[in-house]
Design a binder for this molecule. Sequence first.
Ligand code: PEP
Length: 256
Amino acid sequence: MRKKIVAANWKMNMTLGESTRFIESFLLDAADIREVEIVIIPPFTALAKVTELLENKSQSIKVGAQNMHWERNGAFTGEISAALLRDLFIHYVILGHSERRRLFGETDEIVNKKVRAAHEATLRPIVCVGETLEQRDKGNVEKILSIQLRGSLKDLSEKELQETVVAYEPVWAIGTGRNATPEQAQEAHAFIRQTLREMSDETTADRIRIQYGGSVKSENAQELMGQQDIDGALVGGASLDPRSFAAIVKAARDQK
Ligand code: PEP
């Protein structure tokens, strides 16, 4: 049985004051939730603060980063490494988000280097894959997902694969208010799991958690996460409000 994982991707938002107010309010609603793994993913500037605010408050809430470099250390001005993130007790890192692929030129090869560096430092990657609207309209969803998965998750051991979270994020649904229907999402998730099975084995593929991301809100969360292969959500916009994010976490908890 896969434990649901719901993550809040704050992107380039949230000052220290806003982060503090969010965590204080969110804990009132969610500190007692045990059934769902919750990951708060603030900007780099708020990582230490959020970690400190969560200390000894809940076993279920972890902190993640939004990106990292693949090298361990050195002359890479402006970059941050897995080791530096682990030094802050960070557990997860988003890699290959479509905004990084589109705006910062990240390829599957770069994502793969980062994924392997994350595992080497015992940081768990949340690896994003997903098609654009044009690719969907041309009937290329499976082709794109297969290329992204095989490229981004190349050369991982079974253990590393099991410790990886995959996020299916159709690019046309991110920040647009237009989410995939539960059936469209389930179809893509089932294909992703089948591809993971081909890349490893049955047991490994059955253990990997696959989140859905793309305009998830409290109103659609329960139906999406009720699908067989949807093991949680990666939430952008709706994660900036503690009550709406708590409602999404509760929707995940209330799934059987
Ligand atoms: C995201 O950026 O990962 C995301 C899913 O954003 P939103 O929920 O705003 O669509």
